[in-house]
Write a protein that binds this ligand. Structure first.
Ligand SMILES: NC(=O)C1=CN([C@@H]2O[C@H](COP(=O)(O)OP(=O)(O)OC[C@H]3O[C@@H](n4cnc5c(N)ncnc54)[C@H](OP(=O)(O)O)[C@@H]3O)[C@@H](O)[C@H]2O)C=CC1
Ligand SMILES: CC(=O)N[C@@H](CCC(=O)OP(=O)(O)O)C(=O)O
Length: 316
């Protein structure tokens, strides 16, 4: 195994930060250098992250201080709009660690590698700046990519996520009281993930997100009109071929259930319900928004960037 590299997680109090801490703790070649949180500054990580044991404490470095901490890999797990000040601090200091940004901030920037390995692995040219896809955007792209050449119209994606998708900053979308017995629609046109998936697929998709009372895991149900009639077995074969050998994308016959995906590192895709004329198919994808939708995907990207097997430390 390669010698250990050090990793810093900026914004480690959040849900995705906690998942990454767990993955890094189990990693044979990565060592946590620092985990930052203003709110938990000075507190022991093991008191907040179940499964983590060690003496590391949260710290709260200023952005300008980050380059002096000299981690080989830096993960930015901050809310949208907060990544660039950190990136600028590394540029100003002339430091060039591997930076993986979990936010939407660099998903439209061509100078960053967009790391959805199952679809973009072949485009990686050694970039050290990696933009990690959004959770819904991951599910949408995995659902549409195998049928991209036979679309008659923009695929329409109906999304339902657990409320951990809304982060820890209090809002209606992560308020268990307001979510009880409820399904909350939001950003029904123009959501960032609609733009992100459209951009990286190269075909427009339409997306209608909702948030539900469960904590983690999302479902995307996609309606696709086809330019020519296909048989169900042909559709299934396209998905099986596209994800053949992929350890973190499982193609199955029946439509997956979100209750079975919480805590799992892979995405499941199934359903493939066809209309009688064979020109419409409905595909269902589930994934854990905090894992394949965030931390696990980041781990895949980090492993590749430091020259390790992509699945190192990811339970399969
Ligand atoms: N949750 C999910 O399902 C997914 C999230 N993402 C993206 O990952 C990133 C992190 O998400 P998540 O873990 O849910 O977010 P959280 O809201 O749970 O956590 C955000 C982190 O950022 C810190 N933070 C909050 N506000 C600020 C601020 N104004 N300036 C600096 N630091 C701040 C918080 O720590 P403190 O306030 O203590 O400093 C906390 O550690 C986001 O960009 C999100 O969009 C991507 C895919 C899925
Ligand atoms: C329920 C909820 O609010 N979900 C978030 C998705 C989380 C995510 O992946 O967001 P980023 O694109 O910021 O990474 C949303 O719709 O924005």
């Amino acid at each position: 195994m390669a010698t250990s590299k050090t990793i810093g997680i900026v914004g480690a109090r959040g849900h995705t930060g906690a998942e990454l801490i767990r993955l890094v703790a189990a990693h044979p070649a990565l060592e946590l250098a620092y985990v930052s949180s203003r709110e938990l500054n000075g507190e022991r990580v093991q008191d907040h992250v179940e499964g983590y044991q060690g003496e590391l404490r949260y710290s709260s470095p200023e952005h300008a201080q980050l380059p002096t901490l000299d981690a080989d890999v830096v993960v930015l797990a901050l809310p949208n709009g907060k990544a660039s000040v950190c990136v600028e601090a590394f540029d100003a200091a002339g430091k060039d660690p591997v930076i993986v940004d979990l936010s939407a901030d660099y998903r439209f920037d061509n100078s960053w590698y967009y790391g959805l390995p199952e679809l973009t692995r072949d485009h990686w040219r050694g970039e050290k700046r990696i933009s990690n896809p959004g959770c819904y955007a991951t599910a949408m792209q995995l659902s549409v990519a195998p049928l991209k050449d036979v679309l008659a119209a923009p695929p329409v994606c109906f999304g339902v996520s657990g409320y951990s998708g809304a982060g820890t900053t209090p809002s209606d979308k992560n308020d268990p009281q307001k979510l009880r017995d409820n399904l909350m629609p939001y950003s029904l046109t123009g959501h960032t993930h609609e733009k992100e998936a459209s951009r990286h697929l190269g075909v427009p998709v339409e997306f209608m997100p909702h948030v539900a009372p469960h904590f983690r895991g999302l479902t995307v149900t996609t309606n696709l009109y086809l330019s020519r009639a296909l048989k169900r077995e042909d559709v299934l074969a396209r998905f099986q071929q596209a994800y053949d050998g992929e350890k973190l994308v499982r193609v199955q016959d029946e439509a997956p259930w979100v209750s079975r995906i919480a805590g799992k590192h892979y995405a499941e895709i199934g359903g493939f319900a066809m209309s009688a004329d064979g020109k419409r198919v409905v595909v269902v994808a589930t994934l854990d928004n905090l894992l394949k939708g965030a931390a696990t995907q980041a781990m895949q990207n980090i492993n590749r960037a430091i020259g390790l097997d992509e699945y190192t430390s990811i339970p399969l």
